[in-house]
Ligand binder design. Structure first.
Ligand code: AP5
Ligand code: MG
Length: 191
């Protein structure tokens, strides 16, 4: 299964992906985690990426697409993967479709985790990651609304979107996620 998780910062994409890894036995690809590793290792891409991440802005598409396409070619991704935080722009989504199509693969389903802004802020303050500064966080939310939210329509039109209420306990949300995955499995079989 190839599943994308979309949601604003703090929606619980990483939390739910960790649980899905155990269920589906496919790798978890988080572009945020990959970028933080590049930043930590001070690679050329990491140095460029840091200047955007510190501002709560999206890292330029060429860096992201290069990173993801290399990762998608690894043997462990052959039977599927969880994409967390990618794609985040329409060009990234179109590039992903091309990359997969060339390998006779496709996205099985897209899960939207919907969480109101006041809860996102509450979670962000409780966590305190480097980019969880309140001012930067506002910019991350704005970038989600402007650049990433249009993807919901893109995947809805393909009939691949499952929108899930991201409020509740992690267990409650995981039950909703599992129900969406079962629907994706049925839809994929029918295609
Ligand atoms: P990224 O690392 O993807 O950050 P994000 O999208 O802002 O999302 P978060 O990781 O903050 O939240 P999450 O949805 O994973 O929630 P989590 O499970 O951690 O990206 C960082 C930056 O990298 C971007 O700003 C951008 O600059 C760059 N970038 C990344 N991908 C890119 C791309 N494709 N293109 C361009 N740039 C890119 O949960 C949040 C907190 O809430 C945790 O503390 C968790 O324990 C808690 N929590 C989880 N679930 C619940 C619950 N049900 N109830 C209460 N608390 C909960
Ligand atoms: Mg995350």
């Amino acid at each position: 299964m190839r599943i994308i998780l979309i949601g604003p910062p703090g929606a619980g994409k990483g939390t739910q992906c960790q649980r899905l890894v155990d269920l589906l036995k496919v790798p978890h690809l988080s572009t945020g985690e990959m970028l933080r590793a590049e930043v930590k290792a001070r690679t050329p891409d990491g140095i460029v990426a840091a200047s955007y991440m510190e501002q709560g802005q999206l890292v330029p598409d060429p860096i992201i697409v290069g990173m993801v396409s290399r990762r998608l070619q690894s043997p462990d991704c052959r039977h599927g993967c969880l994409l967390d935080g990618f794609p985040r722009t329409l060009p990234q989504a179109e590039t992903l479709d091309d990359l997969l199509e060339r390998r006779a693969m496709s996205v099985d389903g897209v899960i939207e985790l919907a969480v109101p802004r006041d809860e996102l802020v509450r979670r962000m303050l409780a966590r305190g990651r480097e980019d969880d500064d309140p001012e930067v966080f506002e910019k991350r939310i704005a970038s989600f609304e402007v650049q990433t939210a249009p993807l919901l329509d893109y995947y809805a039109r393909q009939g691949r979107l499952a929108s899930i209420d991201g409020l509740g306990t992690s267990d409650q949300i995981f039950d909703r996620v599992k129900a969406a995955v079962r629907r994706f499995e049925q839809a994929t079989r029918a295609r």
